[in-house]
Design a protein. Structure first.
Length: 248
């Protein structure tokens, strides 16, 4: 069955320790791709590592909160919720989003790296204005996949995850000009992914998915030896038989 699995780490470029943990998780483990943040303290370090690891898929990790902007000194909001509220009601906030989308995408293209996928820091593609602005900017220039799928959970979801799930019940995938992932796993295991759970889910998805589906597992390696790096290394060592290896 032609089912695609991707193991993606967010926040590539956040700091050098994170960058090195992600590359280690790719070289020694099952990490297939990293989402690159532009304009951060260690973005240049991340780009150099990406060039040294050509089998590592690189995506663009758009950020609008909890990061350093490219078009101004700092964000005018502190949390994803306050950012979403401002963007919904303020013309100046929406103008800032447009400027950041353009600046960050241009900065990504200037690296010369191929963009395999796009996603957003703190899942801010939930906001319809942000999502539309990014889609419009990349239309005709991008041929990868977008993280825009209802999250799936290893456990019964908590209230916050239920709200997120409800927001994504009708993602309007048909309106996207490029591919969207079919599921996203790991929101309820942030910084604590477990290889046994992931292997079991891989085997289940391999049996029950439709041909051509793309299932994404989200990781956040921060240091070598943390839970997510251990999980990714264990997955490589005990990869389920009969499931296509996602790297190379």
């Amino acid at each position: 069955m032609n089912v695609q699995f991707e193991f993606i780490a967010d926040d590539f470029g956040r700091d050098e320790q994170t960058n090195l943990a992600m590359v280690h998780s790719h070289q020694k483990g099952a990490l297939s791709g990293v989402a690159l943040m532009m304009g951060q303290a260690s973005t240049c370090h991340a780009v150099a590592l990406a060039r040294e690891n050509p089998k590592l898929k690189i995506g663009w990790h758009f950020h609008i909160v909890d990061s350093k902007p490219l078009t101004r000194a700092s964000w005018p909001w502190q949390t994803p919720a306050s950012a979403g509220f401002a963007i919904g009601f303020s013309r100046s906030a929406r103008a800032l989003v447009r400027a950041e989308v353009q600046a960050q995408w241009l900065a990504f293209k200037d690296t010369g790296l191929s963009c395999a996928f796009i996603n957003a820091h703190h899942h801010m593609f939930i906001h319809p204005f942000i999502r539309k602005t990014v889609v419009d900017e990349l239309r005709g220039e991008f041929s990868g996949w977008m993280r825009w799928a209802r999250p799936r959970f290893f456990d019964k979801p908590q209230l916050a995850y239920k709200i997120l799930d409800n927001l994504l019940q009708k993602p309007h995938i048909k309106n996207l000009p490029f591919r969207a992932s079919d599921s996203l796993w790991g929101i309820d295991r942030t910084f604590r992914m477990e290889s046994g759970e992931v292997r079991a889910k891989l085997e289940e998805l391999a049996q029950h998915s439709r041909p051509g589906e793309l299932h994404e597992f989200m990781f956040h390696p921060r240091v070598q030896g943390d839970a997510d790096t251990r999980c990714l290394i264990a997955l490589k060592e005990q990869w389920p038989s009969g499931i296509h290896w996602p790297i190379g």
